[in-house]
Design a protein around this ligand. Structure first.
Ligand SMILES: CC(C)(COP(=O)(O)OP(=O)(O)OC[C@H]1O[C@@H](n2cnc3c(N)ncnc32)[C@H](O)[C@@H]1OP(=O)(O)O)[C@@H](O)C(=O)NCCC(=O)NCCS
Length: 181
């Protein structure tokens, strides 16, 4: 369990805690019936009309109720209410070996600019460094002000520096690709 020191930063609200989900036995804030709001919030924020296609039961199965969790998750809570989360997973680079990908970082609007996002990002960075990852990758929509947050934290925009574009075989394209002739 990774608990934030109180009075760590002047802007931190009266009480909040960050937990690494795997080690927070039995209290699954993220994969819970009570907190289905948090993923649609991020989808709305990112103007993604179709929203999340999975519910908390899938998250529970894939992240917590399994011998080999598919993701690492840190949550920020105030009085047992989920106010933010970060999800990441291991990837691999043939150039530098073990790496990590930050899938989501989200703070619910009323709690932004209180250093909670920084704490969650730091928790993921610690996980990556402690497990010998050579880098932390992620994608950000180009209009998202969070680009400035990440730049402020020291991240490099790989599209600008090296011209990388993020590609995807979505559901149908993937099935077509996988289909036998
Ligand atoms: C991006 C996000 C996670 C940042 O979390 P946060 O808790 O609000 O940010 P913090 O309070 O930790 O900010 C740390 C520092 O970055 C600065 N900062 C935060 N957001 C910023 C922004 N959009 N642009 C520039 N600076 C920013 C803060 O002012 C603060 O500066 P300080 O250390 O000098 O006081 C949060 O705004 C959020 O959830 N946004 C919506 C979802 C999103 O875009 N997620 C990322 C998708 S890739």
């Amino acid at each position: 369990m990774y608990t934030v020191e109180l009075n760590d930063f002047s802007k931190v609200p009266d009480y909040f805690s960050i937990f690494e989900h795997r080690k927070y036995g039995g209290h699954f804030l993220l994969a819970s019936e009570k907190t289905p709001h948090i993923f649609p919030e991020l989808a709305d924020f990112e103007h993604m009309p179709n929203g999340p296609q999975i519910d908390y039961t899938v998250l529970e199965k894939d992240g917590f109720d399994t011998e080999h969790p598919l993701f690492i998750c840190y949550v920020a809570e105030i009085n047992k209410n989920l106010i933010g989360y970060a999800i990441a997973y291991y990837t691999y680079s043939t150039w530098c070996g073990k790496a990590m990908y930050l899938e989501d970082l989200y703070i619910t609007p009323n709690y932004r600019e209180k250093h909670i996002g920084s704490k969650l990002l730091k928790a993921i960075a610690k996980e990556a460094v402690n497990n010998n990852c050579c880098r932390l990758d992620f994608s950000v929509l180009e209009w998202n002000p969070a680009c400035n947050f990440y730049k402020y934290k020291g991240a490099t925009d790989m599209t600008i520096v090296e011209g990388w574009h993020h590609y995807r075989f979505s559901d149908t394209a993937l099935k077509i690709l996988a289909a036998d002739p």
